[in-house]
Design a binder for this molecule. Structure first.
Ligand code: AP5
Ligand code: MG
Ligand code: ZN
Length: 230
């Protein structure tokens, strides 16, 4: 990475050992952010912070946040920037002693990227999983998730050993409310409206890596790990 290489040039021989894995995963709905974030979290022993999971959990618990976001999330809209930014900064503060983090689903607008940049001054590595719309729709319509542990499956590409049962915890699998065709289309519209600005923002900072998402899960993961090590 650009900044880390500078550290290396300065003679900091421990830069690789001391380095924090502050990772951001960008990509369309269904591009595999959650799937890959779990694998990165497991490999690098860093927490996985998913804004989508935080909202779904709040909706399940019917807490104060739920009142503000339930309808927006279930109908495929975007939660206002100030709400999301506050939640993410709080999460990052809690994880300040960890070896880094993998952020999944944030930032989603230029405003969110700028707010993060203002408040979080450490180096970020931004990984964009590129996937075309046709594939996104196939992925989302076949997705199933474990009710108990949240692990994601796919009816065709990544199916559980026993139908409708999680391989890891034997929990029951369910389909997300926002994975209905019309809601998927709406989510895609919001994604397309904002992603260009977010990518340009990180491209200018020189810390953006683009990875081809239309490959099997293991191959995408290898590409991401390779990008991080560069
Ligand atoms: P969020 O939960 O983040 O939804 P999303 O961005 O639409 O992304 P998904 O979770 O649907 O897809 P994914 O990329 O994680 O794909 P996955 O790995 O599951 O956000 C939900 C909502 O919360 C938003 O719509 C919004 O309302 C709100 N929100 C969240 N963050 C916000 C923010 N920052 N600002 C404002 N609002 C916000 O994979 C999909 C499927 O494909 C799975 O079945 C998987 O098994 C399969 N699969 C994965 N990889 C592969 C592969 N390589 N090959 C074949 N199949 C694969
Ligand atoms: Mg996800
Ligand atoms: Zn499970």
């Amino acid at each position: 990475m650009v900044l880390l290489k500078k550290a290396e040039l300065k003679g900091d021989v421990n830069w690789r050992k001391n380095r924090k894995m502050n990772l951001i995963l960008l990509g369309a709905p269904g591009s595999g952010k959650g799937t890959q974030a779990l694998k990165l979290s497991d490999k690098y022993k860093i927490p996985h912070i998913s804004t989508g999971d935080i909202f779904r959990e709040a909706i399940k618990k019917k807490d104060a946040l739920s009142i503000k976001v339930k309808q927006i999330v279930e109908e495929g809209g975007l939660v206002p920037d100030d709400i999301v930014v506050e939640i993410v900064l709080r999460e990052l503060e809690q994880e300040s002693n960890s070896k880094g983090f993998v952020l999944d689903g944030f930032p989603r607008t230029l405003g969110q990227a700028e707010s993060l940049d203002k408040s979080f001054k450490k180096h970020l590595e931004v990984l964009y999983i590129k996937l075309e719309e046709e594939e996104v729709i196939k992925r989302l319509s076949g997705r199933r998730i474990c009710k108990k542990c949240g692990k994601g499956y796919h009816l065709i590409f990544n199916h559980p050993q026993k139908e409708n049962i999680c391989d890891s915890c034997s929990g029951e699998l369910y389909q997300r409310k926002d994975d209905e065709e019309l809601t998927i289309k709406k989510r895609l519209l919001f994604y397309e409206k904002h992603i260009g600005d977010v990518l340009s923002f990180y491209e200018k900072q020189g810390n953006l890596f683009i990875v081809e998402g239309n490959k099997p899960i293991g191959e995408v993961f290898s590409l991401l790990c390779k990008a991080i090590k560069e």
